[in-house]
Ligand binder design. Structure first.
Ligand SMILES: [Mg+2]
Length: 179
């Protein structure tokens, strides 16, 4: 089965929650001063989704943090097309929010041979993917809730898109209503 689409996943609050204070549940692991919680169903999600999509990670956190966290949360036999951190983001002043945002501009993937029609990006922070909103799927932020089922919902939704030839023509804002 050929994989048609590249799925880019954000890290913090999308796949994990790293907290400087301990929540009332045990963390999955520690990273420096952080208690790190994996989003429920993360292992299953990685394994199942990688059968249908090429996958990559793009976070606006420090590159070393991203590399080290990814090593800890990636199941065996999962390969990423990219693992990118803050260095690959573009700093932009958001006038509406009156703050600086590290944007993820998907055009940078063209140098890796990907066309934008083939790229999906999942993020809990719309401002970071604003430039490519046509490629974006917004996910509820994860803050360590044990009962979170967002990755299961996302998996079901993504399966509907896996054969798409142009993801940008698909209305994705109300994705949860279609699963
Ligand atoms: Mg995030």
């Amino acid at each position: 089965m050929s994989k048609n689409l590249l799925l880019i996943l954000d890290l913090d609050e999308t796949l994990i929650h790293a907290s400087s204070t301990k929540l009332d549940t045990e963390p999955d692991f520690f990273y420096e001063q952080y208690f790190v919680y994996k989003r429920p169903f993360l292992d299953t999600f990685f394994k199942e989704i990688s059968a249908h999509f090429l996958i990559g990670i793009w976070s606006s956190a420090d590159d070393i943090y991203v590399q080290e966290i990814i090593q800890k949360i990636t199941p065996e036999n999962i390969n990423f097309e990219i693992v990118w951190g803050k260095n690959r983001c573009s700093l932009k002043r958001d006038v509406d929010l009156d703050q600086y945002i590290f944007e993820k501009r998907l055009k940078k993937l063209e140098t890796k041979g990907f066309k934008l029609e083939q790229v999906l990006i999942v993020d809990d922070t719309p401002e970071k993917v604003k430039v490519n909103y046509g490629n974006a799927i917004y996910i509820n932020p994860f803050r360590g809730e044990k009962e979170d089922k967002e990755l299961l919902d996302l998996y079901r939704y993504l399966l509907q898109l896996k054969s798409s030839l142009n993801v940008r023509t698909i209305e994705k804002r109300y994705w949860k209503q279609s699963i």
